[in-house]
Design a protein around this ligand. Structure first.
Ligand code: HSE
Length: 437
């Protein structure tokens, strides 16, 4: 290698970028040893307001610029690290960096989920790498295993807890009997949930992450829009109580499955057996269970967010890009479209269901409800009436089904709603008979 050092340019100075800058400085000697030459942080592109952040005050002012032109003119930047998130202006920064022959490292899941295919093609065309280990699961190695260690496998399934905020909220609801609003408030007070929690609680963040994992695992492009998505805000303490009594836990899972000719991808709350490994992953932890034809089941678990864990993944990508530069290797294809793989419409998926409804507490009600399920070809595995209110003469009824088509279930729910004896469908949750103890 004839390079004396490898230059890094950082875009953004949020908590992750600030930590990356600190690691590059604090571990400079160890990283130089691992790369074979020093990594030098040459410029940080910031917004004017970033300059008053504590992480900015610890660095020389000459490192910073608020000007895009100055950043991209800076000589000696070999690797651009984008850590601002979102599509705009990040997409332009990526294109500009790649087109000027720089390797790119990012933690930006939305950008990679929506534009990964296009950016990887551009990177290939310009002979540079685009790496995004930190975009899913914070510091947990996930992207690299899919690209390298699991490459000989046909991946049949991914079952993932990939949003720490919602896993924390669900843990509090399950353990402490909290309602959704109080658990969310607690998560916000602890800094686990943002003031506007929509991205996390509505499953948008998990959707982006699943789009990335499924695209890599199935060697195709799974776009966020292809993924069915439901959040956790309609879960109540009743659902957690019945889940526990029936031997299940409730988790927000990102699920992707591959069969011979189609792919299934969805993010929604699910009942999973209480003795499965994923059911025991609590708090802000993330865990991804992958099933491959050769490797069997493997689990990746750890801290899915936070500056320190995320910087572990970003710096790993910087080091791996630097090694490629040192060896003169450009891009390696990570995903590409494979013909003939369609995304299964949600209507066609088949799963078991938990249905909780409120109905009149009188003779023959259960029979009417069972008839609707029967007419739609849905087999009931159990029905319980755990609670009745003698004053209003209503009862809460919980029904578990055998595997049924989503389309049939939606039709049955519509018909149940119209029954005079049914006051409301309080909730319905899909059941995933996930294995792994
Ligand atoms: N908001 C995300 C989570 C962390 O709760 O897991 C960043 O991906």
């Amino acid at each position: 290698m004839d390079k004396k050092n490898i230059g890094v340019g950082l875009i953004g100075l949020g908590v992750v970028a600030g930590q990356v800058a600190a690691v590059l400085t604090d571990k400079a000697d160890e990283l130089a040893e691992k790369v074979g030459c020093p990594l030098v942080l040459r410029k940080i592109k910031v917004l004017p307001q970033d300059l008053s952040r504590p992480q900015a005050r610890q660095m020389p002012t000459t490192l910073f610029t608020t000007d895009d032109e100055e950043f991209f003119r800076e000589p000696g930047i070999d690797i651009v690290v984008e850590a601002i998130g979102g599509v705009s202006p990040a997409l332009d920064y990526h294109k500009r960096a790649i087109e000027s022959g720089k390797h790119v490292v990012t933690s930006n899941k939305e950008l990679i989920a929506k534009h990964g295919t296009e950016l990887l093609a551009l990177a290939r065309q310009h002979g540079v790498g685009l790496q995004f280990e930190a975009s899913v699961g914070g510091g947990i190695p996930l992207i690299a295993p899919f690209k390298h260690d699991l490459v000989a496998n046909n991946i049949s399934g991914i079952f993932a807890i990939i949003n720490g905020t919602t896993n924390y909220i669900l843990t509090m609801m399950a353990r402490e009997g909290m309602d959704f609003a109080s658990a969310l408030k607690q998560a916000q007070e602890l800094g686990y949930a943002e003031a506007n929690p929509e991205n996390d609680v509505e499953g948008i963040d998990a959707n982006y992450k699943l789009a990335i994992l499924a695209s890599l695992a199935f060697q195709t492009q799974v776009h966020p829009q292809d993924i069915y998505r439901e959040g956790i805000s309609r879960l109540t303490s009743h659902d957690f109580r019945y889940a526990r009594e029936l031997g299940f836990a409730i988790k927000l899972l990102a699920i992707a499955k591959q069969s011979d000719d189609s792919i299934e991808a969805r993010v929604h709350p699910v009942f999973i057996p209480a003795d499965s490994f994923l059911a025991k992953v609590d708090g802000v932890y993330n865990c991804v269970q992958v099933e491959g034809d050769l490797v069997g089941k493997v689990l990746f678990m750890g801290e899915g967010a936070g500056a320190s864990a995320t910087s572990s993944a970003v710096v790993a990508d910087i080091v791996s890009s630097a090694r490629k530069i040192a060896l003169g290797i450009g891009s390696i294809s990570t995903w590409k479209a494979v013909a003939g793989k369609s995304i299964k419409p949600m209507d066609e998926i088949e799963t078991q269901y938990y249905v909780r409804l409120n109905a009149a507490d009188q003779t023959g009600v259960l029979a009417q409800i069972a008839t609707v399920f029967g007419k739609n070809n849905i087999s009931i595995s159990s029905a319980i009436q755990p609670e009745s209110d003698s004053k209003t003469q209503t009862a809460e009824i919980v029904i578990m089904t055998h595997p049924a088509r989503e389309k049939a279930m939606q039709k049955a729910l519509g018909e149940l709603e119209k029954l005079e004896v049914v006051n409301e469908i309080s909730n319905f949750i899909r059941v995933e008979e996930i294995e792994g103890g």
